[in-house]
Design a protein around this ligand. Structure first.
Ligand SMILES: Cc1ncc(COP(=O)(O)O)c(C=O)c1O
Length: 398
């Protein structure tokens, strides 16, 4: 028998990617599946960004770049952090990676050693605990209540910290809940971080996807002490509809960023040269496309939340950011379809996919089995049709 690495026994595959590929396989067989599972905008990459990539190819910018990314892009990232987030970083404090997922992973790898604890509020993005386990660390999951908007409070954070705690992962706006931390909440968390001397990864990838005029606050901008304890992660995937281009970036204390660069140099070499030029055009270029995209996401958000809350047995908080809703569906657990019991979010989503042909993601992957994640990064037509199917599916359960 083939013996594979013990790490493979510890790590689960990404449930969101698994559902999305199952939905795609069903679509390829001609089944009319509506996918509300993907974590990517349904809009194309803006034209001027694509043009910059074409120019890069034509000009022969097709070779290895410095492993940690081109300096030109690092400078532009520094300007972006200053302009949008009030953060002062030098280009030595910035690294360009192969997607924000890669940035988070390298930050974890650079800081977390065997037995180190990393505090992760749940519901969490599926990859955080697995990344910590890959680094040999121990994810410490803190459950966040619906009453607190599914956000971790400063008291909860303080209580979870032990002498082994190395780091805390903060994701705002959140995947999967769409919740956004207020400045006061972030300030309270920041106080605990500084007082206890832990580090924080601030995953701000959904920064630009935010509604109702709410302000996104970068934790590192609150004080110098926090700046020195934070790795701020962002990227071009979500805001610029560039999920396939694979460019993310991180900024933080020079020593940590240098450590991340060492791993990257041995692991992937540089992020794609052409995509770096495209990311440069994204950050430097016109942001005019963003307004209409947000208006459309907002329209879908309003519709989907209202519609879900009108269904008996479903409750759904109104998210303030990202493009997900995270309704509670557990009142349907224990019900049956032709003798098969829906015993949790996995069975619930399998039922919806196999019988109703809509792909949504089980909350269990995000550490919250009572919920499911529905992405509204698809057309209004699809959303309406999918919710009809969803509602019918619930009615058929006994
Ligand atoms: C919270 C969060 N962080 C990071 C990422 C990764 O983004 P990228 O595609 O740039 O790797 C995602 C993508 O789904 C995400 O939801």
């Amino acid at each position: 028998m083939m013996v594979l690495s013990p790490a493979l026994k510890r790590i689960k595959p990404s449930i969101t990617l698994a559902i999305t590929s199952k939905a795609k396989a069903m679509q390829a067989k001609g089944i009319d599946v509506i996918a509300l599972s993907a974590g990517e905008p349904d809009f194309g990459t803006p034209r001027h960004i694509c043009d910059a990539a074409v120019t890069a190819i034509k000009e022969g910018f097709t070779r290895y770049t410095p492993a940690s990314g081109i300096n030109e892009l690092k400078e532009v990232v520094c300007e972006k952090f200053k302009r949008d987030n009030g953060l002062d970083y030098t280009s030595k404090q910035v690294i360009i990676n192969c997607g924000a997922k890669h940035s988070v992973f390298l930050a974890v790898l650079a800081l977390v050693g065997p037995e180190d604890e990393v505090i992760i509020p749940s519901p969490y993005w599926v990859s955080y605990p697995e990344m910590v386990k890959l680094a040999g660390g121990k994810p410490v999951i803190v459950s966040c209540s619906e009453e607190n908007g599914m956000k971790i409070s400063a008291e909860q954070l303080r209580k979870a910290i032990t002498p082994k705690t190395k780091m805390f992962i903060l994701n705002s706006p959140s995947n999967p809940t769409g919740m956004v931390y207020t400045e006061d909440e972030i300030e309270a968390l920041g106080k605990v971080i500084v007082e206890t001397g832990i580090y924080v990864i601030a995953d701000e990838i959904y920064e630009k996807l935010i509604y109702d005029g709410i302000k996104h606050v970068s934790i590192a901008s609150l004080s110098n002490e926090l700046l020195n304890r934070t790795i701020t992660v962002n990227g071009v995937s979500k805001a610029y509809c560039m999920t396939g281009w694979r460019i993310g970036y991180a900024a933080g204390p020079e020593e940590i960023i240098k450590g991340m660069g060492i791993f990257q140099s041995q692991e992937t070499s540089n992020p794609c040269s052409i995509s770096q030029k495209a990311a440069l055009a994204a950050l430097n270029g016109s942001h005019d496309f963003l307004g209409p995209m947000l208006v459309e996401f907002d329209r879908r958000r309003q519709y989907i939340v209202e519609r879900l809350n009108s269904i008996e047995g479903i409750s759904c908080n109104k998210p303030m950011g990202s493009f997900y809703v995270f309704p509670k569906v557990s009142s349907f657990y224990g019900k049956n379809l032709r003798g098969t019991e829906i015993d949790g979010s996995l069975a619930f989503c399998e039922y919806m996919l196999n019988e109703k042909h809509i792909a949504i993601v089980p909350g269990i992957g995000f550490g919250a089995d009572e919920y499911v994640r529905i992405s509204y990064a698809t057309s209004m037509d699809n959303i309406e049709k999918a919710l009809d199917r969803f509602e019918n599916g619930l009615k058929e359960l006994e």
